[in-house]
Design a protein around this ligand. Structure first.
Ligand SMILES: [Zn+2]
Length: 753
């Protein structure tokens, strides 16, 4: 019965609206959110957004009684149905138990349409949690000026942590917003700015007329200024960064025109970019009309613009035609990566595009191997099954690069002009809609049935979409583009070419990256020192070159450059850069302790997603203990303490020990906190004595409510090099959480024999 009523309505919906999204509670075949009117105030003290979202909801199923929305950690104050005359009627609601992946299911009772258009207005008053997964609140120290900063990141399923709505990419809505900021700060959104913008009162208005999925609603607040780079293009950033950013991205108007030549008209009116503070966790995020871009892209020589090209290409693939679920993520990223390489070729030449393909191909091969090694070979298919997992787990090079090469394969069979026409038709036919992998397959097969179409079988396409690994029809990725650099690297390593004679002045960053990656772990310190001083390799400058250099530093254990490593990890919060270095550190025997030490200092500047990823690397699962939700917090406490203990820092002792501590030394002697503090005060670390560096190894944590036991091996290293003296202790600490703070109440330290 319902099917007969619903069916005529469904026919009018975008192709994928009925596809089940395993990452949303929403039942978008019963109700559909069409517009979201936000009214939010940013509280930088409490790290909360507070206000309301008024949803315009179309009822599709006349028998549906409950409107189900996605939310995560939201504090819902009230929900009202706004009747046509403006009367607000209270609606009952329930907020479900928190699912670790999906968040809280918000069920609104008796939401039943009351007007002839089939639409209703639902107003939800709420505030976000300080822990909202979409929001990162930055302290002034994490920005370029004296002001704090806030930004949102909706992809993949974080929008629900700041907006209660149907958080599935299969549902698109327009939105409007009023945003109130502290005086002096400026708000920007992935939307048109609407007058009046009252900067003095910190009141800003926005309107997004093109329907978008919830994950593309984006907000940033900070000390921001704008500079126009052309009629429909400009850059926002903190004032001190504006000149450099405007210089770097002067080619933006040309890029947009190149995009239109391949993919068709740009349908979002303006294309602006927001250069983020250095704590921004991503390379870029394709928020429509306003891409959020990492400052690590501002290299000073326009050499890293491919990230901008990538985010801009999402204006067609991803933003205009969107993956219907996160299982179809390759449709967003593979198509975008294909367009990115085409644009790089058009803007920067064939050779540059080939270099990027060659580097990316190695990443793809690695991602396929990683999926197999993890016992999940199916993760190297384009069509994923991420049900029950965080969709961010599906983000690997497979979606980007295997997807890119599927389009490369199609191009090779169609021929470029015919394939360009195919792409244009695809974007036109599905503009402002969603697409599943199966929908793409059907559409492609229909086009292959046309007269004059190339001979490509369904089996060949299915091997790409559903098969793991690389298919038999994988095109040959052009090799040889780095042959010259490889030869130079070998000659230099083997002493046939002096460091000063390396012809680096003509190198693009990809060639530097290749040269440094070719060097092995046994490269002598003398050669490393020459590289470092000749080319001023360090923590600053081009971020990709710095990353490759620091990876070599970790690989070779080249201690003189460790301060640069620390500086780099403290000065960027970009996920890929940070995660890569900690992964290298965790894999190298001697690097693990260093990684933990640096992380203890750098942690406050990192986004929550980076913290959990890095902690998984530095403290693998068996050490963390399944039943210890406070494991990360306790590790942080312990690391801060050990870093301070080597300097006999009284403040860290004060913070670490409980007043009623009983500390049992190796010889069985017991002391209290007062004696430990007196001891630290009387011995502030003599300048002539070699300090002892402490690191915790083999950490095990068990927690029972507000009590936890931490057992670990304490490694003390005095001096360095061949004369270093290493001592091992087995330590057990019992921690109790009082007034929200963990402190050690009992301690046992035994010298290991
Ligand atoms: Zn992308």
């Amino acid at each position: 019965m319902r099917r007969q009523i619903v069916l005529p309505l469904l026919v009018a919906l975008p192709l994928a609206a009925a596809a089940a999204d395993p990452h949303s509670f929403a039942e978008s075949d019963r109700f559909r959110v069409e517009h979201i009117a936000l009214d939010l105030r940013a509280d930088f003290e409490a790290h909360r957004l507070e206000g309301s979202a008024e949803l315009t909801v179309l009822q599709l199923d006349p028998y549906a009684q409950e409107l189900i929305l996605d939310s995560r950690d939201l504090e819902i104050e009230s929900i009202h149905l706004i009747e046509p005359g403006g009367v607000a009627k209270v609606l009952a609601f329930t907020l479900g138990e928190r699912d670790p992946v999906l968040g809280n299911k918000l069920t609104i009772q008796s939401a039943k349409c009351c007007n002839p258009t089939g639409r209703m207005q639902i107003r939800i008053a709420y505030r976000t949690s300080p822990e909202a997964s979409a929001l990162q609140w930055l302290e002034p120290a994490q920005t370029s000026g004296p002001h704090p900063y806030l930004y949102s990141q909706g992809q993949a399923i974080h929008a629900r942590s700041w907006i209660p709505t149907q958080d599935t990419p299969a549902v698109r809505a327009t939105y409007s917003a009023r945003v109130v900021t502290p005086p002096g700060l400026v708000a920007v959104m992935s939307a048109a700015r609407r007058e009046p913008q009252d900067a003095g009162a910190g009141e800003y208005f926005f309107e997004m007329r093109q329907p978008i999925p919830a994950y593309l609603i984006a907000l940033a607040i900070g000390d921001l200024e704008f500079r126009s780079l052309g009629e429909r293009v400009g850059v926002w950033t903190e004032p001190s960064q504006l000149d450099a950013a405007a210089q770097e991205f002067v080619d933006l108007p040309r890029m947009l025109e190149a995009g239109e030549r391949i993919a068709g008209p740009y349908r979002w009116d303006r294309y602006d970019i927001l250069i983020m503070p250095r704590a921004f966790a991503y390379g870029g995020m394709e928020n429509p009309r306003l891409s959020f871009i990492s400052p690590s892209i501002v290299a000073g020589d326009r050499s890293l613009v491919s990230t901008i090209v990538h985010e801009m290409a999402h204006s067609w693939s991803g933003n205009l035609v969107t993956n219907a679920t996160w299982n179809d993520f390759w449709l967003n990223e593979g198509t975008t990566t294909y367009l990115e390489r085409r644009l790089m070729q058009a803007l920067h030449g064939e050779r540059r595009a080939r270099m990027e393909d060659a580097i990316a191909f190695e990443g793809l091969v690695q991602a396929v191997e990683d999926a197999s090694a993890a016992g999940m070979p199916e993760d190297s298919a384009l069509q994923l099954d991420l049900a029950g997992r965080d969709p961010n787990d599906g983000i690997s090079d497979v979606a980007y690069e295997k997807g890119r090469w599927l389009l490369g394969f199609l191009e090779s069979r169609f021929g470029r002009p015919a394939f360009d026409a195919f792409l244009r038709e695809y974007f036109d036919a599905h503009a402002f809609g969603s697409m599943t992998t199966a929908g793409f397959r059907d559409w492609l097969l229909a086009r292959l049935g046309r007269p004059g179409a190339p001979a490509i079988s369904a089996a060949e396409i299915d091997a790409w979409l559903y098969g793991s690994g690389l298919p038999a029809t994988m095109p040959e990725v052009p090799q040889g583009v780095f042959d010259e650099v490889d030869r130079l690297a070998k000659d230099w390593r083997e002493g046939r070419l002096a460091t000063a004679k390396l012809p680096v002045s003509g190198w693009v960053p990809q060639e530097w990256v290749r040269f440094l990656a070719q060097q092995s772990a046994d490269l002598p310190d003398g050669k490393l020192a020459e590289l470092r001083s000749c080319f001023r390799l360090g923590a600053t400058g081009n971020a990709e070159i710095a990353l490759s250099w620091l990876r070599l530093v970790v690989r070779t254990g080249y201690e003189p450059a460790y301060p640069d490593l620390e500086k780099f990890l403290l000065s960027t919060g970009r996920y890929r850069l940070v995660e890569t270095l900690y992964r290298d550190l965790a894999r190298s025997g001697s690097g693990l302790a260093l990684g933990r030490q640096i992380y203890a200092r750098a942690r406050p500047g990192y986004h929550a997603t980076i913290r959990s990823a890095v902690e998984r690397l530095l403290w693998p699962e068996p050490e963390r203990g399944d039943a210890a939700p406070a494991a990360a917090e306790l590790m942080q406490l312990l690391n801060d303490f050990l870093a301070g203990a080597s300097r006999n820092d009284v403040a860290v002792h004060e913070r670490f020990w409980a007043d009623d501590l009983i500390y049992t030394r190796s010889a069985g002697v017991r002391v209290g906190k007062a004696e430990i503090l007196a001891n630290a005060r009387s011995d502030p670390g003599a300048a002539d004595a070699a300090p002892t560096a402490y690191a915790a190894e083999d950490v095990r944590i068990q927690q029972y409510g507000d009590t936890a036991v931490v057992a670990f091996r304490l490694v003390g290293t005095t001096g360095s090099g061949d004369t270093a003296v290493v001592t091992n202790y087995l330590n057990t600490g019992t921690f109790v959480k009082r007034n929200g703070e963990w402190r050690a109440v009992a301690w046992q330290s035994t010298r290991a024999q």
